[in-house]
Design a protein around this ligand. Structure first.
Ligand code: PLP
Length: 407
């Protein structure tokens, strides 16, 4: 399509176009920087050695393959909660269920809201649907997930294109102006697509604004470990909100930090305050899950349970997560250096300032279209580069291409 047609495509549709066009491109130098999945330094999918080891152990046990309960695998769930909230710090009265990865966790949260939070006049989206506020921009799938669940979707200010960083003032203003009782979705770390996260001080202000405005925080934590390399550090925002007394709802994904993309491993947890309310919410989550998918998948959660249940294997996994984060951070530095070598005088500091898997490059849809047409470099039309697809072998070529289309 022409550059104009590119602009009309949503980011989600664009990702399909990227994959299709990339597959058909005969260029030996082509690079796919559209997909949000980790790649090793040869550009190949990466199975974490700790997960491989866990799989060998699980397979050797020749376990049965019966259905899981609707709520999921109890051992996995308890370890997932420890990972998110901290061992010994899991809140009392927490309802948790296994979900079809992070997407399924967000959807189940949306289903729960649509069933129980609708009709609250203060918080609804004008027609009785509960209002979910997303950062602008957010992961392309968020709006569709919550709309399809029956929620109304709004946005709050997040990213400031002119500074390529967080517009904290705008964010706080929008949160304070939001209808009381609305749900505010927050990316716990490694914001997708911008790579821009609030710092600890900003999280404190956001927590206060959410409390003052009477909003319900819903955290989406899809990249725990990808910002700092340490999953505990990356959970700081969630833990801060818990400490500040919020009733946190948390969607967790194990796609990226365990490399279990296709196995659909996730969890949804809801802080309720006491055991009776937690049992009631768990039961309602199961009632929502049952007609949707009956029960969640088995294999991936066994692997996470095995990794996190063995101190040595868990330590190895932490090193592997740090390794992924470090490789990506190294590619940010390498890209900025290669852009300078290619002759670019533009300011690319945001490439290294941003966190996690993505770099919001600031390149326009036209520029992205030229990158694809002239250089066989494919990204989403919003200029988001999946840094996980950058390698020591292709970073020079990528820089040459980026410089050629931005000079
Ligand atoms: N949330 C965010 C912000 C994401 O970027 C993604 C995946 O890209 C997800 C949730 C869900 O991923 P999955 O369903 O594979 O866990």
């Amino acid at each position: 399509p022409s550059p104009l047609a590119y602009e009309r495509l949503s980011a989600a549709t664009w990702l399909l176009v990227v994959c299709f066009a990339f597959g058909r491109d005969p260029s030996p130098r082509k690079i796919n920087l559209g997909v949000g999945a980790y790649r090793d330094d040869d550009g190949a999918p990466y199975v974490l050695p700790s997960v491989r080891e866990a799989e060998a152990r699980v397979t050797a046990r020749a376990l049965n393959m019966e259905y899981l309960p609707v709520a999921g695998h109890a051992g996995f769930l308890s370890k997932a909660m420890d990972l998110a909230y901290g061992e010994g710090a899991v809140p009392e009265g927490l309802a948790s269920v296994q979900t079809l990865s992070g997407t399924g966790a967000c959807r189940l949260a949306g289903d729960l809201l649509a069933r129980f939070a609708g009709g609250d006049k203060a918080a609804d989206g004008a027609d009785g649907r509960p209002l979910v506020l997303l950062p602008n921009p957010s992961w392309a799938n968020h709006a569709a997930i919550f709309r399809d669940a029956g929620c109304a979707v709004g946005t709050y200010t997040y990213y400031e294109p002119s500074t390529k960083s967080l517009n904290l003032e705008g964010m706080l203003r929008d949160l304070r102006d939001a209808p009381r009782g609305a749900t505010v979705l927050l990316h716990a770390c490694a914001h997708n697509p911008t790579g821009v996260d609030p710092d600890a001080e900003a999280w404190g202000e956001i927590s206060a604004a959410v409390a003052d405005a009477g909003l319900h925080p819903l955290f989406d934590m899809a990249y725990q470990g990808f910002t700092s390399g340490d999953p505990a550090v990356d959970a700081a925002a969630v833990r801060r909100f818990v400490a500040d007394g919020h009733a946190v709802v948390l969607a967790q994904s194990f796609s990226k930090n365990f490399g279990l993309y296709g196995h659909r491993v996730g969890a949804l947890s809801v802080m309720t305050g006491d055991a009776a309310a937690a049992a009631a919410v768990s039961s309602q989550l199961c009632i929502l899950g049952r007609p949707s998918y009956s029960n969640p998948p088995l294999h991936g959660v066994r692997l996470v349970d095995e990794v996190l249940g063995d101190a040595a294997l868990a330590a190895q996994w932490r090193e592997e997560v740090a390794g992924m984060a470090t490789r990506i951070a190294g590619m940010r530095t390498a890209l900025v250096a290669a852009l300078a070598d290619a002759g670019s005088t533009a300011d690319w500091r945001h490439v290294t300032d941003q966190n996690g898997m993505f770099c919001y490059s600031g390149m326009s849809a036209d520029t992205v279209a030229r990158l694809a047409a002239e250089w066989s470099v494919y990204l989403t039309s919003n200029g988001r580069i999946s840094m996980a697809g950058v390698t020591s072998k292709n970073v020079g070529y990528l820089a040459e291409a980026m410089h050629a289309v931005t000079k």
